[in-house]
Design a protein around this ligand. Structure first.
Ligand SMILES: Cc1ncc(COP(=O)(O)O)c(C=O)c1O
Length: 329
């Protein structure tokens, strides 16, 4: 299988917004989009997207994980960028259609079909920095992706960086500009410290990395930052907290300071949560030029237990008591 994000299904779903209304969505062959060079998105970054997965079960049907929650997050992102907000039924229907048309391309678990709804502002106006794009294109791209942990779950090294990933007003919006803001610091950290990711901790407040949420886990407790507008509200984070509570963990959502983080990692496991990897183990932190091991530096048992609880639901090996899956087939 090709690297994550580089292989695409032949068909996508697309809808266009103009004159105050969405066109009926259609399924089209994957092809380049033709956009005016003055399109709002190119100049004023009016773009947001989602990322989630569909799994193939042994019955040959697809199951989309937390479709309606991802649709709701995309609506919130669109609203914060003042883009036309797709109706929930429209967007959910487009996702289901794409999965339906590409059912045969969903690989067997632990591989999956990654879904990428994308909304861009297409107003042709280079004088619209302070005006919303009232024209837009919405499309849903599908991409078969392999097992993230093929070859084993390697423990990651993170740089603890006491600055923000992005701005407070866009932190919980899934928009390209946030990734652009995190790119430079992440590349610099990789080069300077040989780390995999940066853990952004503005003013000592432990937030998230460039593309995943951060959790501390012991045999008794799952500890993570409480929701606010400064970071992306991950569905994996939410799912792990709900499953963790059912497994008897105490769930603590509150502010974590860098000081507390450095103290806790001698006994707590540290993990990154996100759709791509579910739960990735963190083996070491770099802070103030020094490397600090997370416990013994190896992936821990609680991560494995929580990841299995989540994947069993996604792969159809455990009952979906939360109504998280949408069947397609
Ligand atoms: C910045 C950021 N934080 C957190 C996450 C994890 O979110 P989710 O669990 O919904 O994939 C992602 C991935 O989408 C992300 O890009």
């Amino acid at each position: 299988m090709k690297p994550f994000g580089t292989e695409f299904c032949d068909q996508l779903a697309i809808a266009r917004y103009s004159n105050g209304a969405w066109s009926a969505p259609s399924i089209e062959p994957l092809a380049p989009l033709s956009l005016h060079p003055a399109a709002h998105v190119f100049h004023y970054a009016s773009t947001c997207f989602e990322g989630f997965k569909a799994y193939r079960w042994s019955d040959g049907k697809g199951r989309i994980f937390r479709l309606h929650d991802h649709v709701a997050r995309m609506q919130r992102s669109a609203a914060s960028l003042r883009l036309p907000i797709p109706e929930a039924d429209l967007l959910a229907g487009m996702v289901v259609d794409v999965v339906h048309h590409n059912l045969d391309d969903i690989p067997e678990p632990p591989a999956s079909l990654y879904l990428r709804p994308t909304l861009i502002g297409t107003l042709e106006n280079i004088g619209a920095a302070a005006a919303p794009s009232n024209e837009a294109i919405l499309y849903v791209l599908a991409s078969p992706v392999g097992d993230y942990f093929a070859g084993g779950a390697a423990a990651l090294k993170l740089l603890v960086e006491e600055r923000a990933r992005t701005t407070e007003q866009l932190g919980s919006t899934k928009t390209g500009g946030n990734y652009a803001a995190a790119l430079g610091p992440t590349l610099d950290a990789k080069e300077k410290y040989g780390v995999d990711q940066v853990l952004f901790c503005p003013d000592g407040d432990v937030q998230e990395t460039g593309a995943a949420n951060f959790l501390l886990i012991s045999d008794e407790e799952i500890l993570t930052k409480s929701l606010d507008t400064s970071f992306l509200h991950g569905m994996t984070r939410d799912s792990i907290l709900k499953l963790g509570a059912e497994l008897g963990y105490k769930i603590s959502e509150r502010k974590i300071t860098v000081e507390e983080l450095l103290e806790k990692v001698s006994t707590y496991e540290a993990c990154l949560s996100g759709t791509a990897a579910t739960l990735s183990p963190v083996g070491a932190l770099v802070y103030d030029g020094k490397e600090i091991l997370v416990r013994d530096g190896q992936p821990g048992p609680n991560r494995a237990k929580l990841q299995k609880a989540l994947q069993d639901i996604q792969y159809g090996l455990a009952t979906d008591t939360h109504g998280w899956l949408t069947e397609v087939g």
